[in-house]
Write a new protein. Structure first.
Length: 586
């Protein structure tokens, strides 16, 4: 590819030198004008080749290199009027610069057109350039006195015909019509430029602004020429317009070169970034980098080498997107062991020096951020593991409750019915056997009551079937201390949330009955801002310590496994207040 670029640059230098010598010898231009026009064209080609080398994966460099060629190729005719090839190339390239200019400006900085509007406009410009050149190549005869000043001056009796010439046809009016059509495309181009600028991010706007301004100037001067002269003025015509046209031809490459130089001066912002990072807490490095790089949409992906995945600052797994006209990815650190990756506005690709310097300055902060992200991910895995354990415990509780209800309870009920039947059949002459059977039947009922109580403690069926409200009311009715249920959400909160709330109330009621010497208990469950808030308060002796009992410790684990928090306030002689906040998606 390097050889190709050198060959292209050499061809551009040879073309500019040839045109310069031909213009001077043929008295077409003064030495000053010729020097400005063709030295400027060579500078433009050099800028294009430089951008091509710097960004080989982008089309910007290739398009920018082709643009000066498209500007100067139509000058072959005045320099070599008797050359059939020169006349043919001039006519074929008469408006090739217009679509290339639109393409390079609208596709900058990624090199790709990002919207259907831009692609449609550029495609229309290429088609128009082809259609514009076709009648000239087929029918234009520069020797005919009927044409006058159509391409490069007055009638040219000694000029050669193009290679593709078929027959004579007056294309003057056709060309004027095409000129007006091209002016319409130029106006649309101006509108799309404004749209591109308005829709760009702050960083993208600062990057594309010089090139957009240059493109606006080029298109605007063309529209003015059409409005004033009913056709565009070329560099061989009016001396007053020569400098405007020549500057317009240089505007695009010079604006892009200025933008590249401007981007290098932005590295001074890295010093401010270093100072800012010293005071940036973990979790905020992305915001600091986004501010320094001027890209609010910046995303930070941190590399975890042991797991070989990217995560965000919260420790959640990230998949790096593929490069598109809307998003770009820049790796920070060596490819084999990256520190992080930045997903950002593609406009920042034109500020690679700034990106690299910012990444180097933030390396230590990013290492720290990565450690915190890894810790957050591990904590999340522990929390998920606890949640799975709680879920498995609840499932096992349900299974035991079902087995007791469907198995042991049913057998005991069957045995009770058998005892009742035996007692009836024996009658009153059983010499005390009836009393023994009645006594056994009473013991059996007591065993059934205890078994039902055990089943409810393992997992209450009423909670699953009817919800939290009826389940809590059942607890309140069995409590030895009066319980007032102040509020319970009407909607279902999800099985894990309801189970946690139920067992929290159940354990609290049991503790109050055993230790608190309370006269009343108040239970409140509310749902606010995506959280279930459970509060149990009593007027007992207080002094409860969660660290001394396994019941509240187990409930704390259950609540924390769901991402919630549990707090206990129990001052001596001040009662006890338990509050749990459990996130839920209900």
């Amino acid at each position: 590819m390097r050889t190709v670029r050198l060959v292209v640059w050499a061809m551009g230098a040879a073309l500019c030198a040839t045109l310069f010598v031909g213009a001077i010898r043929g008295d077409k231009l003064s030495a000053g004008k010729a020097s400005f026009a063709y030295a400027g064209a060579l500078v433009a080609i050099s800028v294009g080749v430089g951008v091509w080398r710097r960004r080989p994966e982008s089309r910007t460099g290739i398009l920018l290199t082709a643009l000066p060629f498209a500007f100067v190729l139509p000058d072959l005719w005045p320099v070599f009027p008797r050359s059939t090839l020169a006349v043919t190339v001039t006519l074929a390239a008469s408006w090739l610069a217009a679509p290339i200019l639109a393409h390079v400006v609208l596709s900058y900085p990624t090199g790709w057109l990002s919207s259907k509007v831009e692609r449609g406009l550029v495609a229309a410009a290429y088609v128009f350039a082809l259609v514009y050149a076709l009648p000239l190549l087929l029918f234009y005869d520069p020797r005919s006195p009927r044409y006058g000043d159509v391409i490069h001056g007055s009638t040219c009796p000694e000029c050669a015909l193009p290679l593709t010439h078929v027959t004579w046809y007056d294309v003057t009016r056709t060309r004027q019509l095409f000129d007006w059509g091209l002016s319409v495309l130029a106006v649309l181009f101006l509108a799309v430029l404004v749209r591109k600028l308005m829709r760009a991010s702050p960083r993208g706007r600062s990057v594309v602004l010089p090139l957009v301004a240059a493109g606006f100037f080029v298109a605007a001067q063309f529209v003015v020429q059409i409005a004033l002269y009913h056709r565009p003025v070329n560099s061989w015509g009016s001396s007053g317009w020569f400098w405007i046209v020549a500057i317009a031809e240089l505007a695009i490459p010079l604006a892009l070169a200025a933008g590249l130089l401007w981007g290098r001066t932005e590295r001074s912002a890295v010093a401010d970034l270093v100072v800012e990072l010293e005071h940036t807490p973990p979790g905020s490095v992305r915001d600091t980098l986004a501010q320094a790089l001027g890209d609010p949409s910046l995303e930070l992906a941190l590399w975890l080498p042991e797991q070989r995945i990217y995560v965000n600052r919260h420790g959640e797994k990230l998949e790096l997107p593929t490069a598109t006209p809307e998003r770009a990815v820049t790796m920070l650190g060596p490819v084999e062991a990256p520190v992080a990756a930045l997903v950002h506005d593609p406009a920042l690709l034109e500020r690679r020096a700034l990106l690299g310097a910012a990444g180097a300055a933030a390396r230590l902060a990013l290492e720290n951020e990565r450690l915190h992200a890894e810790l957050r991910r591990q904590l999340e895995e522990v929390r998920a593991s606890r949640a799975r354990i709680v879920h498995a415990g609840d499932e096992e509780r349900r299974r035991l409750e079902r087995n007791l209800h469907d198995g042991a309870q049913q057998r005991l009920l069957g045995l009770g019915l058998a005892l009742q039947l035996a007692r009836r059949q024996l009658g009153a002459e059983a010499n005390g056997t009836v009393e023994l059977l009645a006594e056994a039947e009473g013991e059996l009922r007591a065993a059934l009551d205890e078994l039902r109580e055990l089943a409810r403690g393992i997992h209450p069926a009423i909670l699953t079937d009817q919800g939290l409200g009826p389940a809590l009311q059942s607890l309140a009715e069995r409590s030895t201390v009066p319980v007032t249920i102040l509020a319970v959400p009407e909607q279902r909160l999800g099985e894990p949330i309801e189970a946690a709330a139920y067992f929290l109330v159940s354990e609290s009621l049991a503790n109050v009955a055993k230790y608190a010497h309370a006269s009343t208990i108040r239970v409140t469950i509310t749902w606010r801002d995506g959280e279930a808030i459970v509060e149990i308060a009593d007027d007992g002796v207080g002094g409860a310590d969660p660290a001394r009992g396994s019941g509240l410790r187990g409930l704390t684990d259950r609540v924390q496994a769901l991402g919630g928090t549990l707090s206990v306030e129990s001052p001596p002689d001040g009662g006890t207040r338990i509050r749990a906040e459990i996130p839920c998606a209900s």
